[in-house]
Design a protein around this ligand. Sequence first.
Ligand code: UD1
Length: 356
Amino acid sequence: MQVLSIVGARPQFVKLAPVAEALTAGGHEHVIVHTGQHYDADMSDVFFADLRIPAPDVHLGIGSGSHGTQTGTMLAALDSVLADRRPDWVLVYGDTNSTLAGTLAAVKLHLPVAHLEAGLRSFNRAMPEEHNRVLTDHAADLLLAPTDVAVTNLAREGLAERTVRVGDVMTDVCFRVRDAVRDTAPELPAGFEPGGYVAATIHRAENTDDPKRLTAVVDALAGLPVPVLLLAHPRLVVRCREFGIALERPGSALHTASPLPYPGMVAAVLHSAGVVTDSGGLQKEAYLLGRPCSTLRTETEWLETLHDDWNVLVPEPADLADAVTRPVPSAPQGTPYGDGHAAGQVVDALVRGGPA
Ligand code: UD1
């Protein structure tokens, strides 16, 4: 079997790692196409190196642009790549513009498409990611769902026949890396103590693209009663510069640093008191690593994380301090994301060509 994976953004490299390993272990041919959506070394190359992902076979080098331009340019560039290779499966990941472009390029060429992390829904139609996922799920031939909630969402949209619950491949990577870094202290800024700080990331358009909202978010982080290690996504840095919002605030709780490689991020969360984020992946990683999470959004796709307040939604930045200082949940997290062996199930589903 030949599988062609299309990836482009940071969370997709994390999902690709265990899938690439399982495909190779199964003796399958695997072609990796990188769209170039994320191009900074610390958003891309470092993930391939640390997670031991083979270098991309094809790099499209598309880079940033408006949603339409970025998606359309990828679509055009993928045409000849897919037509040349004609894989048994085109595998797309998550909810980014690379996911949608890969799906459209494949279906136009009548190539079978499998969507990894199918069925996630925020039901927030203002999010570009929500459109990317819904359109991808309805176009794809095989829907690889991570959770029961995702399976239910797909069934409600009439897609049950194409759905297989495979579990969550990010859990595979998270557990493996957790075990490797557990005894390694994270590199922390001066004045930060293990267990005494919050790890934070912000990148979603809803939080970054409106100056009033972004000011409130950064002010709330800077005003927290615990030190905050903000690992700044390029979109956040660009918008703060555009709007004149300072990310360096001496004397405040806020310490801003560059994005971390994956093992460094896992270590930073593992040794933190908690997480503040608007990232989907990081909400789940906090949950898997047993750290309380406060999510600066009105909804989440990972409903399981909300149980027992392991994760709480904080729509208003002004409420962040109360959320961050809530008591640590006493109930164990449960295992809705599986035991870290989802990638093997992905490969089995691809080999079978559908549900068992
Ligand atoms: C994208 C995904 C989002 C995912 C996120 C993970 C879409 C619509 N959004 O958001 O679902 O959660 O990736 O990070 O696909 N930039 C750089 N260097 C880079 C990459 C981006 O400087 O390596 C800057 C550029 O100014 C760019 C901006 O970040 O315009 C946003 O990048 P983009 O790819 O449009 O989306 P993300 O916000 O990263």
